[in-house]
Design a protein around this ligand. Structure first.
Ligand SMILES: Nc1nc2c(ncn2[C@@H]2O[C@H](COP(=O)(O)OP(=O)(O)OP(=O)(O)O)[C@@H](O)[C@H]2O)c(=O)[nH]1
Length: 401
């Protein structure tokens, strides 16, 4: 999957959906305000469920955030005496919360009941403490700051500086490493900032409930990808193939594709380069025409299923894939060779001027079978596998029926 598609799918699209949903909720305020009593209770339930599910699915950062938001909601919603003093420190809590949310964008999901849990707990306390320190430091040293800075910065700008920095860092993080968890953390920061500056636009209960729903969706979609996507190539996995089989009609064709001499390739260039090639080959296969659905069957074997197609009608589509892979020149970075040369002889190296890159190519063999009357999917696959074996026997880099 190209990084552009990944960016749209995991970054722009979720942010757009969230913004539109919040806009819609705000516009329809009059119709749901009668449910105020229920809405006020929703964050307790939704954030608790989100925290529990996040823990269950090892998304500990979302679990932490859900618990922290729950605590924040409780402090704002409850009339208990112990929360009263907090109302004097709104900005400190806002800055501290911003630092904590931003930190979650740069840490990994780790077990809660481990040494990492203790470190995170400490990190949260330090983050909140820094919020207080920042403001008291600014107040204490305002005169010194003014004389030390050559340009005039408004006090409001100085107070909000950590918020600007954290927002910029989290946005770049969510762009460079586009995934749903990073986007959820960025959304949390967005809503956190929105509530601080616009506390009366939408009730806190609605904002907190929306965040809980975002976490739940993130956990659900992430788990789906974990179960049905191959991590290395991004293609659908063998489990997804057997899911598709359940909905396949009586007419279909299936193709088995295998990279030729891949063991030798791995032995020559190393497993890492092998992985790189698997990804590139998978990307070429994913572009197959004719309505083919591509799966990584396992190792260097792939399966393409063509629902409602007979074998003759898909041969051209498969040949296109085979040729595109055969013609593809894969560029390898030659770091190893460069290092070797460095350690040998500088003068020799300069003379040799060995190129920093090298191109390689691979070929694939394909076996095709069309479903025969009364045949199960496994039987069709077996015949496709036999056809693949024939393609290998005949000299590889070809398609056999
Ligand atoms: N790099 C890498 N190699 C893999 C992966 N999965 C399987 N392989 C390698 O793929 C190779 C498959 O080798 P074989 O089944 O002997 O087949 P082959 O060398 O491709 O030979 P033919 O299929 O007969 O053309 C083995 O060396 C595996 O280690 C993977 O995820 N990454």
């Amino acid at each position: 999957m190209s990084s552009l598609i990944q960016g749209c799918r995991y970054f722009i699209l979720p942010l757009l959906i969230t913004a539109l949903t919040l806009f819609f909720i705000q516009e329809t305020k009059s119709s749901w305000q009668i449910w105020d009593g229920i809405i006020e209770q929703l964050p307790y339930w939704l954030l608790s469920i989100a925290a529990l599910l996040a823990l269950q699915f090892n998304r500990s950062r979302l679990a932490y955030l859900a618990v922290l938001l729950l605590a924040f909601y409780l402090s704002q919603h409850s009339s208990a005496q112990i929360f009263l003093p907090l109302s004097q420190y709104t900005t400190e809590i806002f800055i501290g919360g911003t630092l904590v949310i931003a930190c979650f964008g740069f840490t990994k999901d780790r077990g809660l009941l481990s040494s990492h849990g203790v470190i995170r707990g400490l990190g949260i306390a330090i983050g909140m403490g820094l919020g207080f320190l920042w403001l008291s430091g600014l107040n204490l040293y305002q005169a010194e700051i003014r004389t030390a800075l050559p340009f005039a910065l408004s006090q409001q700008f100085q107070i909000m500086l950590p918020v600007y920095v954290c927002s910029a860092l989290l946005i770049s993080r969510a762009i460079w490493q586009a995934n749903l968890v990073n986007t959820s953390i960025l959304t949390t920061l967005g809503i956190w900032i929105f509530y601080y500056f616009q506390p009366n636009t939408l009730p806190l209960a609605v904002l907190m409930s929306s965040l809980a729903v975002i976490y739940l969706f993130t956990i659900l979609i992430d788990s789906y990808f974990l179960a049905y996507r191959d991590e290395l190539t991004g293609l659908a996995s063998r489990r997804a193939l057997y899911n598709l089989v359940l909905s396949l009609g009586r007419k279909y064709s299936v193709a088995m594709l295998d990279i030729d001499h891949f063991k030798k390739f791995n032995d020559t260039y190393g497993h890492d380069v092998g992985d790189q090639v698997l990804r590139l080959v998978a990307a070429k296969m994913a572009r197959v025409s004719g309505g083919g659905k591509v799966f990584r069957y396992g190792g260097e074997e792939f399966t393409i299923v063509f629902p409602r197609k007979d074998a003759d009608s898909i041969l051209d589509d498969l040949e296109d894939v085979r040729e595109s892979i055969e013609e593809y020149r894969i560029v390898l970075r030659n770091d190893k060779r460069k290092k070797q040369n460095n350690s040998q002889n500088k003068a020799k190296r300069n003379k040799a001027k060995s190129p920093a890159t090298k191109t390689v190519s691979v070929t694939i063999s394909i076996g095709v079978a069309e479903r025969l009357s009364g045949e199960t999917f496994d039987q069709s696959m077996k015949r496709a596998d036999e056809a693949l074996y024939r393609a290998k026997k005949k000299g590889r880099n070809q398609t056999c029926l």
